[in-house]
Design a protein around this ligand. Sequence first.
Ligand SMILES: NC(=O)c1ccc[n+]([C@@H]2O[C@H](COP(=O)([O-])OP(=O)(O)OC[C@H]3O[C@@H](n4cnc5c(N)ncnc54)[C@H](OP(=O)(O)O)[C@@H]3O)[C@@H](O)[C@H]2O)c1
Length: 182
Amino acid sequence: MTPEGFEQMFATNYLGPFLLTRLLLPYLEAARPSRIINVTAPSTTRPNLDDLQGERKFSSLGAFGASKAADLLFTYALARRLGGRGITANAYHPGIMKTNLNRTAPTPVRLVAGVVNLFAGATPERASEGLVQFATSVQFADTNGQLMHGGKAITAPFIGDKDLQDSLWKASCSLARVQETI
Ligand SMILES: NC(=O)c1ccc[n+]([C@@H]2O[C@H](COP(=O)([O-])OP(=O)(O)OC[C@H]3O[C@@H](n4cnc5c(N)ncnc54)[C@H](OP(=O)(O)O)[C@@H]3O)[C@@H](O)[C@H]2O)c1
């Protein structure tokens, strides 16, 4: 748990970025055109809205997957709300990277991740090239509400579910104590 009482992975991967983005909106609006890019992954773990912080059932992999899916759902909800206001919101999947992301994961996860990284992982420098391109190129100035990988839009299960996006939005506003309307 964080000192504020949130499940740590939910807070670090999702609720913190959610709140930060909300607090930055006035500045992004003043600096239009602006781009919001959430770095995440095409997670297949559907967040459980009745147990967002794993109080009833917890597994570290499940919490990780749900937090990354929440980033996607939030990005899509944000893109719908910001449409036409000079701020775009997209998610970016960097691909498998050789980083220390799993350094505190359970040993089996670390071992598997180590092998995958060895054979399929890109260096962070290489993986960030596509992200920098997406953040700066005029080619992507109007791209909104997409999950991008390299220069292409990709998809993930259930992230287009607007009811799920809006329910998560509502729950997140309540947890982060911000207004629902932006
Ligand atoms: N690596 C991959 O294959 C991969 C694939 C798809 C998506 N991604 C995404 O890419 C992003 C960056 O990950 P990465 O692979 O580059 O890993 P990374 O180098 O380990 O970066 C993770 C960052 O999160 C910070 N962090 C971790 N726990 C924290 C906590 N409890 N409170 C505050 N900060 C915390 C770390 O800070 P410290 O260094 O100070 O601990 C670090 O700056 C993540 O969103 C990840 O999900 C990675």
